[in-house]
Design a protein. Structure first.
Length: 236
């Protein structure tokens, strides 16, 4: 563990870690998380999958960062699942210089449609689910980088403060790719409410056309809600 800090006014905490050598980088593919593990106070192994986060200005060589929820354990379980939440519980008790182990995990970015090439991307994220999408945007947005012509990002949070620093990063990407990238930040509590009950979400998510790939990122329960909603909107 190198440093930890609250990410502005958001409900997220950034943990930065040193790699074994100052010139190391993590050789991750698009959509590939890392599995992090360590021992708890009972000498039991706790582990969880996390996506790396690149802060504004880039990540220092020989280091990497992850974002975790800043709220209590119960809400973290809902957001990340039992395993990752238990790891976060232990992580929050570690000090600078304490060590964790990690390895690349299986990529979770899979296309299940029948239309190729993919010409339009629709990202629907809730909470910390925005982190892997930031990385993917940098891969699909530059001209000539992919077959994708249009990208829509709909990031949903229960509180306005949670957009904070990452909202600024999304705005910066939009300003660089105004004709290709649409970004909508929507305030909604999807723990209690449905996507279809929010008119901003209805308008922000485009209708399906052949060649569109939708990516859902966030807590498992909300991800399931989003998938069901997209299927109602004729997404395969």
């Amino acid at each position: 563990v190198r440093t930890r800090r609250r990410l502005g006014t958001t409900g997220f905490t950034q943990f930065e870690f040193d790699l074994p050598n100052a010139d190391y980088v993590l050789p991750l593919k698009l959509g590939q998380p890392i599995t992090m593990c360590c021992l708890d106070d009972n000498e039991s192994v706790v582990k969880g999958d996390f996506y790396t986060y690149e802060p504004p200005g880039g990540q220092k060589l020989g280091t990497f960062s992850v974002l975790v929820p800043s709220f209590g354990h119960g809400d973290t379980v809902y957001s990340l699942g039992d395993d990752a939440a238990n790891f976060v519980r232990v992580l929050k008790g570690l000090k600078a210089g304490d060590e964790i182990a990690l390895k690349p995990s299986e990529s979770k970015l899979k296309y299940g449609g029948e239309y190729l090439p993919v010409t339009e991307m629709v990202y629907v994220a809730y909470g910390v689910g925005i982190v892997p999408i930031l990385d993917q945007l940098k891969a699909v947005l530059p001209n000539g980088a992919s077959s994708v012509n249009v990208v829509s990002v709909v990031w949903i949070n229960p509180d306005h403060e949670d957009f904070g620093v990452i909202g600024n990063q999304l705005e910066a990407e939009h300003n660089k790719h105004k004709t290709k990238l649409a970004v909508d930040l929507v305030i909604e509590n999807l723990v209690n409410n449905r996507l279809e009950d929010n008119k901003e979400i209805e308008v922000a998510i485009p209708s399906f056309t052949p060649g569109t790939m939708a990516v859902v990122s966030g807590p498992p329960e909300i991800g399931q809600k989003a998938k069901q909603y997209l299927m109602k909107r004729a997404y395969p």
